[in-house]
Ligand binder design. Sequence first.
Ligand code: UGB
Length: 431
Amino acid sequence: MPSLEDELFPSTPGKFKIDRNHTMNRQFHRCFASTSTMFLWALFLVALTASYLSFQSFVDSGSRYFTASWGGIQWEKQIRNSAQIRRSNGKSVLVTGAAGFVGTHVSLALKKRGDGVVGIDNFNNYYDPSLKKARKSLLNNHGIFIVEGDINDARLIARLFDIVAFTHVMHLAAQAGVRYAMENPHSYVHSNIAGLVTLLEACKSANPQPSVVWASSSSVYGLNEKVPFSESDRTDQPASLYAATKKAGEEITHTYNHIYGLSITGLRFFTVYGPWGRPDMAYFSFTRNILQGKPITVYRGKNRVDLARDFTYIDDIVKGCVGSLDTSGKSTGSGGKKRGPAPYRIFNLGNTSPVTVPTLVSILERHLKVKAKRNFVDMPGNGDVPFTHANISLAQRELGYKPTTDLATGLKKFVKWYLSYYGYNHGKAVN
Ligand SMILES: O=C(O)[C@H]1O[C@H](OP(=O)(O)OP(=O)(O)OC[C@H]2O[C@@H](n3ccc(=O)[nH]c3=O)[C@H](O)[C@@H]2O)[C@H](O)[C@@H](O)[C@H]1O
């Protein structure tokens, strides 16, 4: 039988070979063996501590990356309060990108009718974050809590689903903007691809699974020339990385519907505008420049043809979003497993009445009572498409979607908001 020493120090040629007949030697070896055992244990403990510490620092740096400042009893209480349903058969909805343009309006509409709403937004600086903070205050005043965090933070999203059994997710967080994709392509992959997958992973694992309604884009029609654009038209020729990531989103959501039974509705928004809008969009930046007496750049297509968009007013878009939530049908999976087929739908949400960009400028001039300084420039090859035009018959049939605001009426409301928000008085900013 090998002794303990033999097992710890196998009898191999070399300096640790034990002479069994020598007592001193034996004592020395016993002593040495126990010291070495302790040494090995100490080494083991040091290694264990080191790996624990490095794991912690990995987790911490991950949290720092997401600038997460979430958690705690008070934080959870605010989430539960915000998610409270105050009508019969109401919904509890997680709205991503809630401090964004569409997110703010949809959150308010849901809250006003008695649904529970919890928002999440990373408040990035793609455009002036103070506008996002102002939208957040507006939502807070209506009892809507916005979690500051990124949809790529899987721990945070999982925690939200632990706290609230959301019936629906209205996914509006995204890197928007067609032309900015040439400047910062990775931000599109981060939000529109990686963020989407992280969110869908959480939705698929949630019990019960929520129904998901999310923002795709009219830009998926890309170089399609058949008008008006119908959902069944080809969408495999994106003209920008933005469009490509939105198209990828449609395919990615399809796999989650197919494999896990998530109910999915994708909404192809057509150039949404209105109060509390996005400063990077043409109608908004044109307004700013016109009021400041600065020139505006108006792009023109091939052969000097005017560009045109199916500009869609925010209130009409909100109705389409709410209609989608109300008709979404249930997800069928549980425990991350599909239990039956679930709805997969895609709808155009447009105004179905395109207007040229020069006409947009003329309407703004009328409402602002200021003449614009136009610089006409050939459309650069930066992802723009010459025109968009939605066929909305599918949304009309399935969602009862019926836009009612024409561009002149909608821009009037936008200008009124703009002048008030930025403190204009008779054409001059007072702050
Ligand atoms: O429906 C969508 O899927 C997208 O709509 C929106 O994209 P677009 O339709 O490109 O809106 P927007 O930038 O307002 O340009 C409007 C028009 O003004 C022209 N335009 C623009 C800027 C400029 O300086 N000059 C100009 O002529 C420009 O050439 C264009 O013809 C969203 O931003 C996008 O996130 C996405 O949701």
